[in-house]
Design a protein around this ligand. Structure first.
Ligand code: PLP
Length: 427
């Protein structure tokens, strides 16, 4: 039970005055801190500097298989880059299309293609009365933004600690032919850091959708982004789908944005042979091929699995202390008061914090007034509407450890102030 709940009005008022005095001290510090950006920090970007410094023109001009990377061609990517992604995603090379620097771009293009041209000969979605997507929430705001742009109706699906609530998913997908898709971040989800359990993956694979062109958009953005050796593992959804002949239902995405450079990485999608052919037809009208020099650069840099593993361990070495710092502050300052709950992920880029119901926007405002920017409240829900006004996505990766420490002290204080105010308003 929340300790503030047991306090009298007078006790709450005394507590609030004390907290406000601390708050004023932070305001006087004129802080300018940001915990909203899911970006790698400069030290992480430095880990890939040799990819530019140490790989020269003659290495980059031609692949071992003789492809001139400088010229047009290789629509779906050079074989080396397909192999790189197929080994990360554990699928066969011919299931891979390599894209440009953004997997979000591949996702957008896929939805756009479904809208305008239809999938595997089905009616284009924009010719239907309506299109609906299931959105496990809290989730990734840019997935929801794509739906909003295309006027795709979004339906909230509750995220449990095992992944999306699969009974809700199954009931809806198997009964409503207007439901055409679901957004999934199956490993270290954004923002909860949740990895779907084997049972959830199996239930996805065994879905029997009412729509013949229903798609699971499996955004595996954090596939190898562990924080330590003690990490989660995710069942291979394509292997499960094979058992139900449902491989066409899944399109998987990933990128090196948080492995090398978000601004200059490479991305990929993985799909069944039929889906690859379907996508190629449209893609071939968009481009003659993506940046093959960058594809080769990545493959030379990560020429062994061990190199990639060591590189991800170096990222983890930078990130783990930051995640630990956030969790420690929450455990010390918030846990004893029972005024919030949060996730403790083993990988990914975020921690999901839930305040007491109705306190989210107030915490955001208080933090802002004290110079700490958080992700907008509501950003983690479709239409930016958090039904509980409580979910806050904490992004510990970008600030340095000292900034993060101060930002978390401010955050915890603001959580306390908003919680005391909530109980006072009830009194
Ligand atoms: C779940 C998820 N998918 C995709 C992206 C963006 O990926 P990319 O940089 O490959 O476009 C992000 C970035 O934060 C993300 O969190």
């Amino acid at each position: 039970m929340c300790l503030y709940e047991k306090m009298t009005k007078a006790e709450l008022e005394t507590e609030l005055s004390k907290l406000n005095r601390e708050y004023t001290k932070f305001q006087d510090m004129k802080l300018n801190l940001n915990m909203s950006r899911g970006k790698p920090c400069p030290d992480q970007l430095e880990l890939s500097s040799d990819m530019i410094d140490k790989i020269n023109y003659s290495q980059l001009a031609k692949t071992d298989s003789g492809i001139d990377t400088r010229n047009y061609g290789e629509l779906t990517g050079i074989p080396e880059a397909k192999k790189f992604f197929s080994s990360i995603l554990d699928v066969s090379d011919d299931m891979i299309i390599v894209g440009g620097n953004s997997s979000l771009n591949l996702m957008y293009n896929y939805v756009d293609m479904a809208m305008q041209f239809g999938l595997l000969g089905n009616t284009p979605w924009n010719k239907l009365d309506k299109v609906k997507f299931l959105c496990p929430s809290p989730g990734y705001d840019r997935h929801f933004a794509i739906c909003e742009l295309f006027d795709i109706e979004m339906i909230n699906i509750e995220m449990t600690e095992n992944g999306p609530d699969m009974s809700q998913v199954k009931n809806l997908v198997e009964s409503d032919p207007y439901i055409k898709g679901i957004w999934c971040v199956p490993k270290y989800s954004n923002p909860g850091g949740i990895t779907y359990t084997d049972d959830v993956v199996k239930q996805f694979a065994s879905l029997n959708p009412a729509a013949p062109d229903f798609r699971i958009l499996w955004d595996n953005a954090y596939v190898i982004h562990h924080l330590s050796k003690d990490h989660d593992s995710l069942l291979n959804i394509f292997d499960e789908c094979k058992k139900f002949n449902s491989e066409n239902m899944v399109i998987e995405f990933c990128s090196t944005s948080k492995i090398t450079f978000p601004g200059a990485g490479i991305s990929a999608l993985a799909a069944s042979e039929s889906n690859i052919e379907d996508i190629k037809k449209i893609m071939s009208k968009q481009t003659i091929g993506y940046d093959k020099i960058n594809q080769l650069r990545h493959c030379i840099f990560f020429n062994t699995t061990e190199k990639l593993e060591n590189h991800m361990a170096a990222h983890a070495k930078i990130l783990k202390p930051k995640f630990d710092m956030v969790i420690d502050k929450l455990n010390e300052q918030i846990a004893p008061l029972h005024i919030g709950k949060w996730t403790n992920p083993k990988g990914g880029y975020f921690i999901s914090f839930d305040s007491l119901k109705g306190c989210g926007k107030r915490i955001y405002e208080l933090c802002k007034q004290a110079g700490v920017i958080l992700t907008n409240i509501g950003a983690t829900y479709p239409y930016k509407l958090d039904p509980n006004n409580s979910n806050i996505r904490l992004a510990p990766t970008f600030p340095n450890i000292d900034e993060l420490s101060t930002a978390m002290d401010v955050f915890c204080l603001c959580v306390k102030i908003a919680s005391v105010e909530k109980f006072l308003s009830k009194n």
